[in-house]
Write a protein that binds this ligand. Structure first.
Ligand code: PRP
Length: 210
């Protein structure tokens, strides 16, 4: 039986998911001691890569990986063709509309909104019947209203520290986000038992954690 190939979102998601993977019986020592290493294929049952969130789905969609561990923010923003199998109950955060204290969400002019998530932002403003201009930003979105690039931002908030340290306020709370396990459709057919076993182990680990 070949190893299951798992694309894990590097950074915060990786740190929060490693304890769950370990509680599921997977040896993550190499990932914990990784330095700049990105691929971990020494274990017989599970091979891992560490990738940026938006790229995890690309690896999955192209069949280069069997399983992705990625935030629901990415799944909602991108077009996801694969099976979402499990909510790992980690990486919990939520989307907000935020800006400087003098921002008026009811102002009648067409607002400019900066975000890493143009599709989610578009859907939100459509749902409240408002037409806005969206500027796509790749990171540190909080800068945009501070320097006059945008009237407000739509971004994810976890601890709230970044907003607080940049004197930004929340004007609306949008949907919640958490980390999900997503499986490539073909891989699910080819490795059904192994994937089901992994999911069962993870479910037990989640129960113990919460
Ligand atoms: C995310 C998000 C916020 C920050 C919120 O950015 O876009 O900037 O985390 O977290 P907090 O509420 O705990 O402060 P990330 O750290 O992924 O970096 P980026 O903005 O450069 O993408």
């Amino acid at each position: 039986m070949s190893a299951l190939k798992i694309a894990l979102t590097k950074g915060r998601t990786e740190k929060q998911v490693l304890p769950l993977l370990e509680a599921s019986g997977i040896d993550c020592t190499a990932i914990r001691n990784k330095q700049r290493r990105l691929i971990f294929n020494d274990l017989p049952d599970y091979h891992f890569i560490l990738a940026k969130g938006p790229d995890v789905l690309t690896y999955l969609n192209r069949g280069a990986m069997d399983i992705g561990i990625v935030g629901s923010d990415i799944l909602e923003e991108q077009h996801n063709e694969q099976y979402e199998m499990l909510d790992l109950q980690t990486g919990k955060c939520h989307f907000v509309l935020a800006s400087t204290p003098n921002f008026d969400p009811y102002q009648v002019k067409r607002k400019i909104i900066a975000t890493k998530y143009p599709n989610i932002t578009q859907r939100y403003f459509r749902s409240i019947g408002e037409d806005v201009e969206i500027i796509k930003i790749e990171g540190s979105v909080e800068l945009a209203p501070l320097v006059g690039l945008a009237d407000a931002i739509v971004d994810i908030v976890e601890t709230g520290t970044t907003l607080k340290e940049n004197n930004l306020q929340v004007f609306a709370t949008l949907q919640s986000v958490s980390t999900r396990l997503v499986v490539n459709r073909l891989a699910l057919k080819q490795h059904q038992n192994a994937i089901q076993q992994l999911i069962t182990n993870l479910q037990q680990a989640i129960q113990t954690e919460v």
